[in-house]
Design a protein around this ligand. Structure first.
Ligand SMILES: Cc1cc2nc3c(=O)[nH]c(=O)nc-3n(C[C@H](O)[C@H](O)[C@H](O)COP(=O)(O)OP(=O)(O)OC[C@H]3O[C@@H](n4cnc5c(N)ncnc54)[C@H](O)[C@@H]3O)c2cc1C
Length: 430
């Protein structure tokens, strides 16, 4: 039997052999490095564009089943009728043509980390030197009784934009004045921490105009939420928060979690037996890394994928990098801005390695805007860097939340929110 010391020595030397074999192969004239990317969301699309921008000689293949990407950012605005869902749809054509990216519209069904191959739905196998996995989120369908994937035909989560967003909007339109909308906000960590509260604001904006006798109840599986002070201030200003006539009520049920849903009757039941009946129920399920990240064993017991923060390389499988919502880049939140920033630092790390160059020290920025009304915007921003232990830390003195709350400044923030959406989508997909 090998001692631990002998094992580490052997493992270290074979890893070294693998690396040099790979480098030798790639350094042969005419052999182009192959980077394959799973998922054409904010993470995957940005990574594809960035790698080709940094080194056009690298062959980049982006695998995404859908012909058009529908953005989650701004999808809450659809619920308030501020924009049409079609305006959130982005074609991959410009990205593929402008950057010479090989685009394959298929679902990846398997990853072989030893042979370094991905398998597609049509059984085709695609080899890689480096693989980037950015499949977004999946839901924990087994988290509560009575609820599963088919329940979303009646109670939309709308946490992946598209037909679910339209279904939720249609239900709000069909609801009679005086109805109750329940939003069940998930426990941490989850995609877009301010998202459920921007959603409540946008629904309130719609109800205030067309169904003012109605109410939104947020049942929150947390005791605090992102930009809480700013949201509550905005809700007081516009939606009577804290009064008997308030359009929005927020209740923390952190100690009394949801255990059951009666999907047909739209009734939510908590651990202590409290029951809440909705006319429109928006249960946002507990989340985990995208399905392919789970089946490829890139996730740990938390359900998310651990990575080296320097390069986003998986700590469970070498040559595979995980970015975006699926990855653990905590304390960076799970957002489109963060996925875009992680894609850039990952692209730099991969290009440097493929060219046998020294890595660079990554930094990341995240900003999340939310609308409370079309002319009342709020934001949170932060800058992150690596510390000496290789962990991500916040840069002291950088970032923060909206400071100026006069009417003009909040209107400016609302304008920035709309401009941010245009710039992040063009930075990632155009
Ligand atoms: C309501 C709402 C509002 C939001 N607002 C904001 C905001 O204002 N600002 C912000 O920064 N963020 C916002 N977000 C968060 C943002 O949408 C996500 O954080 C971001 O999309 C994550 O990018 P990603 O690349 O990790 O995943 P995604 O964007 O979800 O992309 C994943 C892609 O992978 C593909 N895929 C999955 N599995 C496979 C497979 N097996 N094979 C091939 N392809 C696969 C999917 O089809 C998908 O296109 C919001 C989210 C929601 C729900």
């Amino acid at each position: 039997m090998l001692s631990r010391r002998q094992f580490i020595k052997l493992a270290g030397s074979s890893a070294g052999l693998l690396v040099s074999a790979c480098q030798n192969n790639l350094s042969k004239p005419g052999v182009r490095a192959k980077v394959v990317i799973i998922g054409g969301g904010f993470g995957g699309a940005t990574a594809a564009k960035m790698i080709k921008s940094l080194d056009p000689s690298i062959q980049v293949t982006l695998i995404e089943p859908k012909s058009h990407y529908i953005t989650c950012p701004a999808s809450n605005w659809v619920l308030a009728d501020l924009i049409n869902i079609n305006s959130l749809s982005i074609s991959y054509k410009a990205l593929a043509n402008n950057y010479d990216i090989n685009l394959i519209h298929q679902l990846v069904t398997g990853i072989d980390p030893v042979k370094r191959l991905v398998t597609l739905n049509n059984q085709q196998k695609i080899p890689y030197d480096r693989l980037i996995v950015s499949p977004g989120i999946d839901f924990r369908w087994d988290a509560i009784d009575g609820h599963n994937e088919s329940s979303t035909d009646l109670i939309p989560h709308a946490w992946k934009a598209g037909s679910q967003t339209t279904l939720l909007k249609n239900q709000l339109h069909a609801m009679t004045d005086g109805g109750t909308v329940i939003i069940c906000a998930p426990p941490n960590p989850f995609r877009c921490p301010p998202g459920p509260y921007e959603r409540a604001s946008m629904i309130a904006y719609y109800l205030k105009q067309y169904k003012p006798k109605s109410k939104i109840i947020i049942l929150d599986q947390k005791s605090h939420f992102s930009k809480q002070g700013l949201f509550i201030e905005g809700w007081k200003k516009h939606y009577g928060y804290g009064t008997a006539q308030s359009l929005i009520e927020w209740h923390s049920i952190a100690d009394n979690p949801i255990i059951k849903i009666d999907v047909k009757n739209k009734v939510v039941e908590t651990d202590f037996g409290d029951k809440f009946k909705a006319d429109v129920l928006n249960y946002i399920p507990v989340q985990k890394a995208g399905h392919i990240a789970q089946t490829a064993l890139l996730s740990d017991d938390s359900g998310w994928c651990p990575v080296s923060h320097q390069s986003s390389e998986s700590t469970l499988h070498p040559y595979i990098h995980v970015i975006g919502d699926s990855s653990i880049h905590s304390p960076i939140p799970k957002s489109a801005f963060a996925a875009n920033a992680e894609a850039k630092s990952c692209a730099f790390a991969i290009v440097k390695r493929l060219n046998n160059e020294e890595p660079i020290e990554p930094t990341w920025i995240n900003t999340c805007y939310s609308l409370i009304t079309p002319t009342h915007g709020i934001s949170i921003a932060m800058v992150y860097k690596l510390n000496a232990e290789g962990l991500i830390t916040q840069v002291k003195g950088a970032g923060g939340v909206t400071q100026k709350t006069d009417k003009q400044s909040l209107a400016l923030e609302a304008g920035y929110a709309k401009k941010w959406f245009s710039s992040i989508t063009s930075d990632s997909f155009a």
